[in-house]
Design a protein around this ligand. Structure first.
Ligand SMILES: Nc1ncnc2c1ncn2[C@@H]1O[C@H](COP(=O)(O)OP(=O)(O)O)[C@@H](O)[C@H]1O
Ligand SMILES: [Mg+2]
Length: 209
């Protein structure tokens, strides 16, 4: 089958993990081969890097933060994403390179040209076929995320930062309207899921092999 690479992006608490679980369950029911993974993480190295990145006790500067995400991403591309896509699977990833452009670029202020250059090397140019951006006000997202328990290092950053991240995601989507599906994440979980399924179903229908 033609592989399909889908990524889910958006702020903390937008519903990425919730919607990915629903989508994966649907693919499972339909017997469609798929791999569900996440960033940072998804590999033994990525899991260790994730612990470092989310640790509220650590102070991590913007560039090393980007490089840590990139280390996890580079390993994920080689160990999980490329192999699954080579098998012709549908690959679902909870965050990917757009998150670095939004968080470390728009959020932390690192040069987007540099980030894009390094990311092209890190990913070997692997770009999603479809990116679902779950958009919502960071105040609401953070309050949803807070119900999960202790905030992680990124969730603790100030609201102005999260506002820039949101804007960054929306600018990325505006720049690549063919790749992005932007959804209002304040809508009911089932409604969001239906909108995602409409877009994914359309792409599944055109697969060959
Ligand atoms: N559409 C929705 N409306 C209201 N609450 C939601 C919705 N989608 C998810 N949630 C809740 O918000 C919280 C964060 O969802 P989650 O999927 O973990 O977000 P993310 O992975 O984007 O951080 C969870 O408690 C989840 O049940
Ligand atoms: Mg999540």
């Amino acid at each position: 089958m033609t592989p399909l690479f889908l990524t889910f992006e958006g702020p903390e608490g937008a519903g990425k993990s919730t919607q990915l679980r629903r989508l994966a369950a649907r693919l499972e029911e339909l017997g469609i081969a798929h791999t569900l993974t996440r960033e940072p993480g998804g590999t033994p190295l990525g899991t260790r890097v994730r612990e470092v990145l989310l640790d509220p006790a650590l102070d991590i500067d913007a560039l090393p933060e980007f490089l840590l995400y990139s280390a996890s991403r580079a390993q994920l591309v080689r160990e999980v994403l490329r192999p699954a896509l080579s098998r012709g699977e549908v690959v679902l990833c909870d965050r990917y390179a757009d998150s670095s452009l939004a968080y470390q670029g728009a959020g932390r202020g690192l040069d987007p040209t540099l980030l894009r250059l390094l990311t092209a090397e890190v990913t070997g140019g692997l770009t999603p076929n479809l990116t679902v951006l779950l958009d919502l006000d960071p105040v609401l997202g953070l309050s949803r995320a807070a119900e999960r328990g202790q905030p992680d290092r990124l969730e603790q950053a100030d609201l102005a930062f999260h506002g820039r991240v949101r804007r960054g995601f929306l600018d990325l989507a505006a720049g690549e309207p063919g790749r992005f599906l932007v959804l209002d994440a304040t809508r009911d979980e089932a409604e969001v899921s239906a909108a995602i399924w409409a877009a994914v179903g359309e792409r599944l229908a055109t697969r060959t092999g």
